[in-house]
Design a protein around this ligand. Sequence first.
Ligand code: PLP
Length: 431
Amino acid sequence: MTLLETYEQNGVSPAIYSFGQEILAGLKDRFEKIDEMAELNQGKVLRAMQEARVDAACFAATTGYGYDDVGRERLEKVYAAVFGTEAALVRPQITCGTHALTVALSANLLPGDELLSPVGAPYDTLQEVIGIRPSPCSLAEYGVSYRQVDLLPDGSFDYAGIRAAIGPKTKLITIQRSKGYATRPSFSVPQIGELIAFCKGLKPDVLVMVDNCYGEFVEALEPSQVGADMTVGSLIKNPGGGLAPIGGYIVGTRACVERCAYRLSAPGLGQEVGANLGILPSFYQGLFLAPTVVAGALKGAVFAANCYERLGFRVIPGGAEDRHDIIQAVELGSEAGMRAFCRGIQAAAPVDSYVEPIPWAMPGYDDEVIMAAGAFVQGSSIELSADGPIRPPYAVYFQGGLTWYHAKLGILKSLQCMADAGLLPGMNRAQ
Ligand SMILES: *Cc1c(COP(=O)(O)O)cnc(C)c1O
């Protein structure tokens, strides 16, 4: 059987297949660079595991209070080494990325303090956490105020605006690395480093937290290595490598991470409690696989960008641009386009491939959201997935793929569904 026949059996027409192959032929150098980055980060993760003396005892389950949990303590050492920080909090008790960010913020902001976002509006779910959209138990309810400085029209930092916004009450600055559900650019780690240096130049004792969701292992450095006091993310995204079934992490200075641990468990208890319930093998093994999994996801993102750009759609980042996270936005211009794209991704999945994604009112989001995710871990977006809020410019955010080949099939099937729905007028030109 040939490759073309495999794709045909998987519902991809010869025309779509050869269009994909033509695009791929131009991506060899990009893919080589992505592989090199995976190799670099693999070395980083391995060294951290060896230095922490990871062994079979780390994989044993603990229950109850979880005092003296060796596996938990060493995993936190491994994370601290990988991210170059004094301390780490890595727990299955952190339920998701939003929870990790909430812990980091609420542990380090007190009534009367001000939180500043110098990069525009934060991720949708954070808006309720902060109280930008009123919500019970938001930071606003506890007397923490919020200020925001939007990016300049070209997507760069508004340094004059930031200078004016940093004041005596500014306690913590939050920087989101990835674009999230916005069509602004994602930031590189060096860019984040410059912004942190600027803010700390104006106010040396200000704390900086970076929302690192989707950014881990995309670059050689992490935000924790360019001045962030806390770097925060989800284990069902990049660093869980597709194996972690739940969890979040906070890495950073000992002072900040200790407060996070007190907030997560209880004052006085902190990092000393938290049984691992037998979940740690997946955390260790997932972290071990994460650099390669991220590489596969990046190849998928670059491939998707180049396919859709060639067909005349606006893609962010552009096909030739450098990557700072694994997200690829594709502006499809209509709800029908979003549905067709997501239908293709869903149909390519190993799990739930027979269902049709439809928009729904997801908790924490203001608009209806459509999601394609046929994942082994529910809602995992390091697995091949696509989602987006149903609002102009009708952008779908595509990410993940535990293997590059799965990502490729998903993208080809999305193209097939778009073509079948009559939404690819440019396809004639491409053929
Ligand atoms: C996914 C994401 C979050 C929230 O994570 P959840 O695990 O979905 O709660 C926060 N910020 C960014 C940039 C994200 O991509």
